[in-house]
Ligand binder design. Structure first.
Ligand code: NAP
Length: 268
């Protein structure tokens, strides 16, 4: 089995990375940064986002797994003192072509600009915000006008991303086995002139939404942790990716609702 590590860069993550290399290379795993079968992220959920985008072109063959060196993460759910256990789980997979995995849906974003079309994938979410003024955009669902949005911005998240920015916006937690995307408003203006739904909307896999910003509006677009400012966007189509999924190595069960409870509710 070929593996690689993406780590946060702090002292603890660096030391754990060294320890992990020693352990698994002793078990016959091969370090291969170009085309790994398994990518270990050591750091936080933000580190997993970096790992995901680094290997986004090889999603159909890579499985991800994460160790957290801070608080419990949604993507990084192994504790630092479990590193030997994780390495042992990998040893058991040497020579096995099928690592046990779970696959979760991703958000596909098709951006039409004045110069062409770009397609990208988000693990957590895509957001769109006005830069020098409030965002004004028409929102269509399945090619029918839904609402005219005016406010700070719009956040479209995956089920895995429902626990991230979407949660801060009052969106629902969505179990990652549900193939859906969620659209949440960021501080919409609602008065007698401008009206939006005011609550988040969950779209199933066979639906799509299109966002048409006001012509030449200068906007800040984010794809997970990556940000870019643009003034040439004509429209943006969001849907559950019809063919790409993210695969996480599942060496032991850790139910989603247990993670939600441990991350947000448990006090011990
Ligand atoms: P960051 O601003 O340094 O950290 C954002 C926080 O979100 C970190 O605590 C991170 O966990 C956590 N996080 C990331 N993905 C998560 C998930 N799926 N479920 C629960 N928590 C999650 O930025 P970053 O580390 O580069 O991460 C980028 C993400 O930040 C974006 O994808 C977006 O979801 C989130 N964000 C949130 C807000 C908000 O809530 N108001 C605003 C902007 C961006 P770790 O500490 O384990 O890395």
């Amino acid at each position: 089995m070929k593996y690689t590590v993406v780590q946060r860069g702090d002292e603890v993550s660096k030391q754990l990375t060294e320890r992990f290399h020693q352990l698994v290379q002793g078990y016959g795993l091969i370090l291969d940064e170009q085309s790994p079968d398994l990518v270990l992220s050591i750091g936080g959920d933000g580190t997993m986002l970096q790992a995901f985008h680094k290997y986004v072109g090889q999603l159909n063959r890579i499985a991800f797994v994460g160790i957290h060196t801070g608080h419990l993460g949604f993507f990084a759910d192994w504790k630092p003192d479990e590193i030997e256990k994780l390495a042992e789980m990998m040893r058991l997979q040497v020579g096995n072509a099928d690592i046990p995995v779970v696959s979760y849906p991703l958000l596909e974003i098709q951006t039409i600009t004045e110069s062409g079309m770009e397609t990208s994938l988000a693990l957590n979410e895509f957001t769109l915000k006005g830069v020098e003024e409030t965002l004004v955009a028409q929102l269509n669902i399945n090619d029918e006008m839904f609402e005219m949005f005016r406010g700070d911005g719009i956040c479209i998240s995956t089920p895995m991303g429902s626990t991230a920015y979407n949660k801060s916006l009052g969106g629902a937690m969505v179990h990652p086995s549900i193939e859906a995307i969620q659209m949440a408003e960021i501080a919409s203006i609602n008065n007698r002139v401008y009206r939006t739904l005011g609550s988040s909307v969950i779209l199933p896999k066979h639906h799509h939404c299109d966002i048409y910003p006001r012509t030449k509006q200068h906007m800040l677009l984010s794809l997970d942790h990556l940000y870019v400012q643009r003034g040439d966007v004509v429209s943006i189509r969001c849907r559950v990716s019809p063919d790409a999924k993210v695969r996480f190595a599942r060496f032991r069960p850790f139910p989603f609702w247990s993670r939600v409870r441990e991350a947000f509710i448990a006090t011990n």
